[in-house]
Design a protein around this ligand. Structure first.
Ligand code: FES
Ligand code: FES
Length: 200
């Protein structure tokens, strides 16, 4: 899509060859649209966004990729959690323009073809959701959390900060997943589901 250069907007190509359009809004703020690329769940996309667009809004509103959910839009609930180059992040706090060379994975991209990710399978087996609204964020967060634990990162409840191996007991999982809220309070099943995968 080409930026709208009508209605008084000025446009051109920036130093990297991207289309850029800028306009001065009536309220006195500059609006800058820029053409960006995003690689989501292995598929490359090109789109034009206002530079203030969050990654969550770019995914949901511009690309129609609705796996990541909007809960608080303020980094408080974790419903929008995705993986950025393998690390979990709140997409409502990330700017789309800052992630053009990032490997972006949503919960919809976790499966290997028809084969569910082990965490997806465990959530089903443990009945670890009710309405399911928080579940995509819980899954991406759990994937990132397991990698953090495998790398030996301690948490606030880790007793030995220098331990080579993190044992993901219940309290560790609850603490490490505390950024992902579940309004249905399915925690009693979410934690065992993650624990089952962690123990493999
Ligand atoms: S929507 Fe991003 S943390 Fe709540
Ligand atoms: S399953 Fe409903 S919010 Fe978590």
């Amino acid at each position: 899509m080409v930026p709208d250069l009508a209605a008084g907007r000025k446009g051109g190509v920036d130093w990297s060859g991207r289309l850029v359009a800028a306009a001065f809004a009536p309220e006195g703020n500059w609006i800058v649209d820029v053409e960006i690329r995003l690689r989501v769940d292995g598929t490359q996309h090109r789109l034009v966004v206002d530079t203030r667009t969050t990654l969550l809004d770019a995914l949901r509103e511009r690309l129609g990729i609705t796996s990541a959910k909007k809960g608080c839009d303020h980094g408080q609930c974790g419903a929008c959690t995705i993986l950025l180059d393998g690390r979990r992040a709140n997409s409502c706090l990330a700017l789309a323009v800052a992630h053009q060379d990032t490997d972006i994975v949503t919960a919809a991209g976790l499966a290997d073809g028809q084969e569910l990710h082990p965490l997806q399978r465990a959530f089903i087996d443990h009945d670890a959701f009710q309405c399911g609204y928080c579940t995509p964020g819980q899954l991406c967060s759990a994937v990132g959390m397991l990698q953090e634990a495998q790398a030996g990162w301690p948490s606030a409840v880790s007793r030995d900060l220098d331990a080579d191996e993190v044992v993901l007991e219940e309290a560790e999982i609850a603490e490490r997943m505390s950024g992902n809220l579940c309004r249905c309070a399915a925690y009693a099943n979410i934690v065992p589901a993650i624990r089952e995968v962690a123990g493999r």
